[in-house]
Design a protein around this ligand. Sequence first.
Ligand code: AMP
Ligand code: MG
Length: 397
Amino acid sequence: MISVTETEQKILGVYRDFGTESLSFRETLGRILAEDICADRDLPPYDRVTMDGIAIRYSEYASGMRSFRVAGIQAAGEKPLNIEEPGTCIEIMTGAAMPAAFDTVVRYEDIRIENGMVTIHYPEIKQKHNVHYRGSDKQKGCIVVQAGALITPAIIGIAASVGKSELMVKKMPRVAILSTGDELVDVKDTPNEWQIRRSNTYVLEGFLRKFGIRPDLFHITDQPEVIKAQLEKCLAAYDILLLSGGISMGKFDHLPEVLTSLGVDCLVHKVNQRPGKPFWFGAKVNGSVVFAFPGNPVSATLCMVRYGVPWLQKCLGHKSQSDFAVLDGEITFKPNMTWFQQVRLHYDASGVLTATPNTGNGSGDFSNLAESDAFMELPAEKEKFSRGVAYRIWRLN
Ligand code: AMP
Ligand code: MG
């Protein structure tokens, strides 16, 4: 049996690069950018007017002029009006390109217009006011979003603004999820009294979908030949296999020996933790990576959030930070094992993330997961965990 820390190290020590692909920019939300996005023009690309009002020459205002004849009107999207005649202004709208003959915009709120003449009543007009000058944010050719960024709605907007309709992003791995167990029936079936519907498959799928991964789902019976044949096919066709069930001490728990016989090196089997002790992890040299989770749904969920999700984050290039919360309760856990306590999270009055234990009916009670926000990792070395101390958490949502 190995520790949680050692398990984490072994898993994060296996790296897989799934390559890159080019996608329509609208399809890239939540992906990791695999190229720099550069400005194809200066940003903003012209001297952009930021208020509706009039454009004047500041030098005329500075010499004491307060009234100007309106010599034209310019809407956004129109070619700049260049009016050289002294003593004039133009009405100009937000988003318009400032004509070279003018340099300052005065808002409609700060002027009066009568019979084609404008009078400025605002006392403190400043030169270049209300103009967002060309290139003042970014210059043509410079990087506006760096490779490695997680693509957000804002980044999709930036890509659109610089004309990048296709983006290179990190490619998603091919993933197979396989459930095992002769007691398991499909979600659409009515189970006999001694059967249950399989659910782990969909929990694991849910965590993958959060990355944008669309796995293929399979179910295999508990016979070694069936398991072997199906695993052999999947090892050839997928980057990652997520298995559930069949790795404990039972007479029908054949997965570990079958995986080894198919050339998958076992790196982790049995972790000093509860729940999830039977967890198995292995990889083929330069080939598929296999997470074999315990069948117990709470255990499978914990092992996915504690080991599967961080590994995917690392390989896909997601930045992740350790997450902590302050325990709001007293917990005693005697065995010398890491205990993952289900907790509810909330911010207290001073803004501190606080975790309230939510024990439910023990580790078989997976319905309790609906009311938990995270697992709190309570280290093996201690027995008593006191209110007010911060521990690591692993979020379910
Ligand atoms: P196992 O790890 O195969 O010994 O299974 C442990 C427990 O988890 C048993 O009670 C199984 O019925 C249950 N179980 C296994 N696989 C699933 C699954 N895919 N969905 C829900 N429960 C499962
Ligand atoms: Mg089983």
